[in-house]
Design a binder for this molecule. Structure first.
Ligand code: AHG
Ligand code: MN
Ligand code: MN
Length: 338
């Protein structure tokens, strides 16, 4: 008990690393943890109440919205607006970026981009889902409404990012650029407690994660890399293990702890892949780099891509350094071929 540190205590302790943040970032992260607790409560009783299933509407990307997508979006949005540290948000479930009207919000320094419920098609079958968030300092002047330019910054400008995983236990994992730290939720006392300080990914791994059902549609370099993963070679401990949950947060969390590579490539029909640059790939890339791994689109560092639109998609590869390096070799040798 004496070593027990809560998320709130830890953030305040680490605040000294960021004198410029003067408590605002701490308050912002604590509003995220509050919303996470509310979403966690709903997810835990998902089978009992009428909260699973589709709303009957689609988001701007043509995906069926689940009731919990909307619930999570509304709760995170409300929690972020209430604390006055955020001037606006962008979300997978909102067509446009939202600028908060209140004067206190317009005087705030930060914007948040989020995927309120990641892996939501898994919710009805009791498989782990998550929330992903990304925090930037605004570019537009303080005291005015948030502008599109505030949201279209490259990932290198992130002040913090993180995710919540609603799994067999619920965890919040975040970085402010000084390592990656994980907190496990103790529902009996209602707090996130430090359980994983300074998380790092092994330099090499033995797990590959990809939706292999789409194999025929992948670029040739990715196809060849998958075959490489499957070939027997005792020296490099191949064949690797294949693990794919279909919730980015869950697949990422496992690979972060155990070492591995996650791949969501382009296909001939979807040249940009499926995952969203701003609220899925950038926050995950920041965490991965802070944990000692890599995140790229197959050629370029994800965080250096200059975004052009809110719901932009990008091919995404992230994981242990040496696995990403090997993948890059295959991609380089088979450019643009399918
Ligand atoms: P979301 O539920 O936020 O739309 O995200 C789903 C994403 C991501 O979590 C996962 O990695 C990927 O979709 C799975 O896609 P496939 O079903 O095409 O494998
Ligand atoms: Mn998602
Ligand atoms: Mn989502």
């Amino acid at each position: 008990m004496s070593n027990l540190r809560t998320l709130g205590e830890f953030i305040v302790e680490k605040q000294n690393d960021f004198p410029a943040a003067s408590g605002e970032l701490s308050s912002l992260l604590s509003s995220i943890s509050l919303a996470a607790k509310l979403v966690n409560r709903e997810i835990n009783k998902a089978g009992l109440v009428d909260i699973t299933g589709a709303v009957g509407a689609e988001n701007i990307q043509g995906e069926a919205q689940q009731k919990l997508d909307v619930f999570a979006n509304d709760n995170f949005k409300a929690a972020l607006e209430a604390r006055d540290q955020v001037c606006g948000i962008a979300s997978e479930e909102e067509d446009q970026a939202v600028s908060f009207d209140k004067e206190q919000n317009q005087n705030a320094k930060y914007v948040v981009l989020m995927d309120p419920l990641d892996g939501s098609s898994n919710i009805d079958v009791n498989v782990s889902v998550g929330t992903i968030f990304s925090i930037y300092r605004r570019i537009s002047p303080i005291g005015s409404p948030a502008q599109e330019e505030d949201f279209l910054q490259p990932g290198t400008e992130q002040v913090a990012s993180g995710y919540v995983i609603y799994g067999s236990s619920t965890m919040l994992v975040y970085t402010t650029g000084a390592g990656v730290h994980g907190f496990t939720y103790d529902p009996s006392i209602g707090v996130f407690c430090l359980s994983h300080e300074n998380m790092t990914i092994p330099q090499d791994g033995f797990i590959y994660s990809i939706n292999e059902g789409n194999y025929a549609k992948f670029p040739l370099g990715v196809k060849k890399y998958i075959k490489y993963c499957q070939v027997e070679d005792t020296e490099t401990q191949r064949p690797y293990t294949s693990r794919y949950i279909g919730s980015l947060v869950s697949d990422f969390h496992r690979n972060l702890l155990m070492g591995g590579i996650f791949l969501y490539p382009s296909t001939r029909s979807y040249p940009k892949g499926k995952l969203r640059l701003l609220y899925e790939c950038n926050p995950i890339a920041f965490l991965m780099e802070q944990a000692g791994g890599k995140a790229t689109d197959g050629v370029q560092r994800i965080m250096e891509i200059k975004p052009t639109e809110l719901h932009q998609r990008v091919p995404f590869f992230t994981g242990s350094n040496s696995m990403i390096d090997t993948l890059h070799e295959f991609i380089k040798q088979n450019p643009d071929e399918y």
